[in-house]
Design a protein around this ligand. Structure first.
Ligand code: HEM
Length: 404
């Protein structure tokens, strides 16, 4: 190898990474679990190191303070950048704790258990519409409509508007893309303006007519005399759609693909449906819906025998950490009976996914109901298509034959 040209161990835009990133992750982790790429940013692929960094308060999530980041998204006061300044996802310390503390009761174990019957009803309807037959696209028929219908229902937005909400959400989801073209950036900003106006209209209705929904609960939420402003409610409802939609779509798609490629695990789950309780954790460990989260260091940080200088950008590769052989025996094997999983798929530390329980319950209900309704599920073709996304990993199509 030419000494002047360092080997590229990680290039998120390499198309080969899309269909199967795991061999790349394995080499990266074996070579350097904490690695500075020739592009200048750092990547962290070890489980231990990733977990340590996710909890380190010297790492910031406040990308909106970065001038270049904001410029690429339409400018310092573009609608999307202004909105992210209120997202709990992109706040540190006390500002983060304040918003998260007010939203948290909506997603605690009790609240989420209460959502279960509603989710079951929505799922039954989606599955009735899907029916049975050959070559059914599970992404289009099930994985895409379910989470957005659930979140519309829970937030208190009319379910008839779910396709529009999905369009806005998908356009805004590009905010985490490392490379944005002009058209995508404009569409993203237009979507923020429209989605905000739409949520604001429904929030105003709640002021005169409270309902049993998340909008009303956020409007009334109070901790130590603190409340959320309308702007903050709107921004964080918009965030809930963004953080909860594509992730759950990918949990369903990637989990189903993993099962179909491991027929003995599918049989094990049919024989013992209770395995799904921990099994969803194994799905997201095996093929994480969110492959990476990004941070910036605010001080020199030592990790895994390396020192990352203050002001460095880093990517914590959750998908790689979840396959670390130092943490998991046979990490590349899907094992529905695996114990003590604790994947980093939902992040860790203060930003640990607030919707993890909701996402897991949706996943448990989906897999249980699919296996109950269909005695045979098989892949129509091995040629599955992955979406071109760096941060998320998910299928754009998954064709299956379903026999009731
Ligand atoms: C089902 C699969 C899901 C996966 C794999 C997932 C993954 C993640 C990850 C990795 C993070 C951490 C981000 C970071 O550290 O920068 C996160 C945060 C978050 N997730 Fe999820 N998520 C899922 C479902 C959901 C759902 C259903 C919702 C809500 C409806 C949701 C709402 C959020 C929010 C609001 C945050 C930010 C929390 C904070 O900053 O304190 N997620 N999620």
């Amino acid at each position: 190898m030419d000494a002047a040209k360092p080997e590229i161990l990680y290039d998120p835009r390499d198309p080969k990474m899309r269909s199967d990133p795991y061999p790349f992750y394995a080499r990266l982790r074996e070579t350097e679990p904490v690695h500075r790429t020739p592009f200048g940013f750092w990547v962290v692929s070890g489980y231990e190191e990733a977990g340590q960094l996710l909890r380190d308060p010297r790492l910031t999530s406040e990308f909106h303070r970065d001038k270049k980041w904001a410029e690429h998204r339409g400018g310092w006061h573009s609608p999307v950048v202004d909105d992210t300044r209120m997202w709990m996802l992109m706040l540190d310390g006390g500002a983060h704790r304040r918003i998260r503390g007010l939203v948290n009761p909506v997603f605690n174990a009790r609240s989420v258990q209460e959502m279960r019957p509603r989710i079951s009803r929505i799922l039954a309807k989606v599955l009735d519409d899907m029916g049975a037959g050959e070559g059914i696209d599970l992404i289009d028929e099930l994985a895409l409509p379910l989470p957005v219908t659930v979140i519309c229902g829970l937030v208190g937005l009319p379910v008839e508007d779910r396709d529009q909400c999905r369009k806005w959400t998908e356009a805004i989801g590009h905010v985490v893309d490392p490379a944005l073209d002009e058209t995508t950036m404009r569409a993203m900003n237009d979507s923020v303006v429209e989605f905000r106006a739409y949520i604001a209209e429904h929030l105003a209705k709640r002021r005169s007519e409270p309902q049993d929904d998340i909008l009303t609960r956020l409007m009334l939420a109070e901790v130590d005399g603190e409340r959320l402003s309308d702007d903050e409610i709107i921004a964080n409802v918009l965030l809930l759609f963004n953080a909860g939609h594509e992730t759950t779509v990918n949990l369903i798609g990637n989990g189903m693909l993993a099962l179909l490629r491991h027929p003995e695990q599918l049989r094990a789950l049919r024989d013992d449906p209770g395995l799904i309780e921990e099994g969803v954790d194994e799905f997201v460990r095996y093929d994480a819906p969110v492959q990476l989260v990004a941070r910036i260091t605010t001080a020199d940080v030592e990790v895994g025998e390396r020192t990352i200088a203050a002001g460095s950008k880093l990517m914590i590769l959750l998908g790689a950490a979840n396959r670390d052989p130092r943490r998991y025996a046979n990490p590349d094997t899907l094992d529905m009976t695996r114990a003590d999983i604790k994947p980093l798929a939902f992040g860790g530390g203060p930003h640990y996914c607030i919707g993890a329980l909701l996402g897991k319950i949706e996943g448990r209900l989906v897999f249980t109901e699919l296996l109950r309704r269909y005695r045979d599920i098989s892949l129509t073709t091995e040629d599955v298509v992955w979406r071109p996304h760096v941060n998320f990993r998910g299928l754009s199509e998954l064709r299956v034959d379903l026999v009731p």
